[in-house]
Ligand binder design. Structure first.
Ligand SMILES: [Zn+2]
Length: 66
């Protein structure tokens, strides 16, 4: 039995398949770049480890400027 995991792109909310998606959890390079650029410019750091969990409920944001 094969299970398909579908995630919704954090940026545009498009449903995308998790496996085989090189831009996951985004639907495309475009969304990934926009989103990463946004974080970088606002000087946010998203913890890599909690990333997968966080996408379900939203980002957990750690501001690293202290
Ligand atoms: Zn997208």
């Amino acid at each position: 039995m094969k299970t398909k995991l579908i995630v919704s792109c954090p940026y545009c909310k498009e449903n995308v398949e998790w496996s085989g998606n090189k831009w996951r959890p985004f639907c495309s390079e475009r969304c990934k770049m926009i989103d990463l650029g946004k974080w970088a410019s606002e000087d946010y750091k998203v913890s890599e480890k909690s990333m997968d969990e966080s996408y379900a409920t939203g980002f957990s944001i750690v501001k690293d400027d202290i």
